[in-house]
Design a protein around this ligand. Structure first.
Ligand SMILES: C[S@@+](CC[C@H](N)C(=O)[O-])C[C@H]1O[C@@H](n2cnc3c(N)ncnc32)[C@H](O)[C@@H]1O
Length: 279
């Protein structure tokens, strides 16, 4: 029921809560288990205000009644967490620099080709961190393929733009990289084309078939499996395995593992960083 000037009173009844749980799961694979009412309220209240709806129940009614794609997308966008930053899980990037990439460089000396995938790339910091690291390691002349994908088309657009707020470059990015690879544009920081052009971004749902992707030397799939149920995790890990070269590596987030989900991966520790090696 649309309202005019009244502030949104966001309450939700159990049927609407279940509807939104199912809806978000169907559209993204994200599981809203337990009592996530606070999360729904926090994330969806801006949509209520924008649409002049009185409650989450009204939003559910509208979602059920409409075929309006932008509203559907808006709800899914609001429920996804895009938290990311440069050099996130720094120990993994240290291991890449000191051990894993030097080994790959040796291995591919003849072709001088390397392929990477940042699956769930969010606003692009993960893939661009890798691109800058590769440049620092003198691989600018190699044939480097880096693919970044995310469910969120908004995140993909932001990643493609390669433009970051001061607060974003303050998180994890060493000052020397900022000076070398970014240009100041007003209050923001624009990544230079040299880095930006190394990464191709596409919208993609991790639950879709990955048969046409790869093979990659390294796949980053970090801090996204935590949002999925066990069946989705297993299916995605199996698909990811199929995109890797034999001996290639999968990187997960610090709180994620393949254990009891995809036991064909071999867990290799490089200092504190876990890498999952494809057989
Ligand atoms: C927390 S961010 C992680 C970003 C980055 N990998 C990192 O570790 O910093 C999770 C990302 O997963 C994306 N995501 C959620 N569900 C997805 C799905 N089904 N397929 C692809 N990406 C998804 C979200 O849009 C979000 O950008």
């Amino acid at each position: 029921m649309p309202l005019s000037n009244a502030p949104a009173a966001v309450g939700i009844n159990p049927e609407s809560y279940r509807f939104l749980q199912d809806y978000v799961y169907r559209e993204s694979g994200i599981v809203l288990d337990g009592d996530k009412q606070y999360l729904l309220e926090a994330r969806l209240t801006p949509i209520l205000r924008q649409r002049q709806l009185a409650s989450l129940n009204d939003l559910c009614a509208l979602l059920q009644a409409t075929a309006e794609a932008p509203l559907k997308r808006q709800v899914v966008e609001a429920m996804t967490t895009h938290e990311t930053f440069f050099f996130r899980e720094a120990a993994q990037f240290d291991a890449l620099r000191t051990t894993v990439l030097p080994e790959l460089i040796q291995l591919h000396q003849d072709t001088q080709k390397l392929a990477f995938w940042s699956a769930a790339s969010s606003f692009g910091q993960e893939a661009y961190t890798l691109a800058m690291l590769l440049l620092e390691m003198g691989l600018g002349g190699w044939k480097i393929q880096i693919l970044g994908t995310d469910l969120s088309t908004q995140a993909v657009e932001r990643a493609r733009a390669g433009k970051y707020l001061q607060i974003e470059v303050n998180r994890g990015l060493p000052a020397a990289y900022l000076v070398k690879y970014f240009t100041r544009v007003g209050l923001d920081w624009q990544l230079k084309d040299e880095v930006r052009k190394m990464v191709r971004y596409e919208a993609m749902d991790l639950r879709q078939s990955m048969r046409t992707l790869g093979p990659f030397d390294i796949v980053f799939c970090r801090n996204v499996l935590i949002y999925f149920d066990i069946e989705s995790k297993k299916k995605i890990l199996t698909e990811l395995r199929g995109t890797l070269f034999r001996g290639g590596y999968l990187l997960l987030g610090g709180s994620e593992t393949t254990l009891n989900l995809a036991n064909e991966f071999e867990r290799k520790m490089f200092g504190p960083a876990a890498f999952y090696r494809a057989p």
